[in-house]
Write a protein that binds this ligand. Sequence first.
Ligand SMILES: *Cc1c(COP(=O)(O)O)cnc(C)c1O
Length: 453
Amino acid sequence: MDLDTYHSLYQRGQNALKDWENQWPEVRVDDTLAVDPTVVEKAVTQLTQRLTDNYPFFHPQYAGQMLKPPHPVAMLGYMLAMQINPNNHALDGGPATSKMEKECVEALGRFFGLPNCLGHLTGGGTMANLEALWVAKQLHPDRFIVFSEEAHYTHKRMCDLIGADYVQIPATYKGKMDLDALKPLLEDGQTGTVVATLGTTSLGALEPLEELVALKEKYKFRIHLDTAYGGFYRALAESDPDLSAFTWTKDCNSIVVDPHKHGLQPYGCGCVLFADPGVGQVYQHDSPYTYFTSDELHLGEISLECSRPGAAAAALWLTLQCFPLEAERGFGPILKKTRQAALTMAQALEASAQLTLLHPPELDIVTFFPTGERVSEINQRTEQLFTTAMTAEPEATVYLAKLTIPSARLRALHPDITQDAESLTVLRSCLMKPEHLTTATSIVGQLISLVNP
Ligand SMILES: *Cc1c(COP(=O)(O)O)cnc(C)c1O
């Protein structure tokens, strides 16, 4: 969307809201709220200057962390709703945006195959996971929550916070839960909930959900799916055999997805979904002052957070009107390109002598390193390339991220490399913009030209 269209739509929306405001007597803004225009102007200049101390997250030469600006449609939704500033804690705080939130939750629930789910938006994936783990603990207070060492680091912390007993099990060399380590635990019958990750934060790896669903039949534990990063790839589960793990989302008890990662939203938008709406019971509390206008569900009744931005719901709602959760339109075509970008980059890396691919990417995260014979040598070259790529001339800069993994994994992945250090640092790229498809090959070319032979 070009800037003119954005401004004109924003203007039109603001005018419509102004018309709505005008039905009440005019408000004379209090003098205490007045600002000196020259002060604001100066402060805004300072702000925009200070904001340039950032990496160009919008640009396809930025291929580092999980970061990109929101879609302008999401910004429009957010800005317009923010003008009213509804609070989705209670229907009385934001009737319109609470309805939008319920519609978003319903759409995401249908998308994942949980048609009757209970859920809501959260501040992010961490809060959403906290809530899912808290429910897991309420349902099985005496049993373990189990997750792999590749699960997001906050699971462990959240278990500590809620006082849940947990077991962290090893990951295979592919960076996903080792089912052989899980099975003895299941035999004990002490496992209440297993956390699976589809799209691990480090590698974008898909943990074996299909196998877990089969084990769940036998051992009767719950599955919590953390697909904060990868969840939107559900759109391609039926059309891309590499993504078939996502067809099993329907068999999970709870799911976390982050619209502020692949869902085109600004930060402050996670989501938790529970397959069984009956879990609403564990939230019961008495808040004397917020729920008074109806018998309908107030989202604050099923949320650990109290105040939540209605604007985040409006932003996601507007985005889903324009980008449906489908394979052939909306999100599907975007994700096909980001996936293709990762495959293209992986292919270029495999063809190069100077760089080595660590893992074939399962989503859009590519990990690689400057070719070397020893881990210590690779670590040093990784640091060097990371810095030189980031400090090249603007037309040639490449922004990457780094990842540290146990060197022992190389035994299966690259047995020729001498393990003379405990941990291996590699480069990591999240190709989460569709424009990355056009730069995937040239990024590798540029990195090759910078590698120290
Ligand atoms: C990003 C991420 C989280 C944490 O979510 P935040 O939105 O950063 O709080 C949890 N799990 C996975 C798999 C993630 O990728």
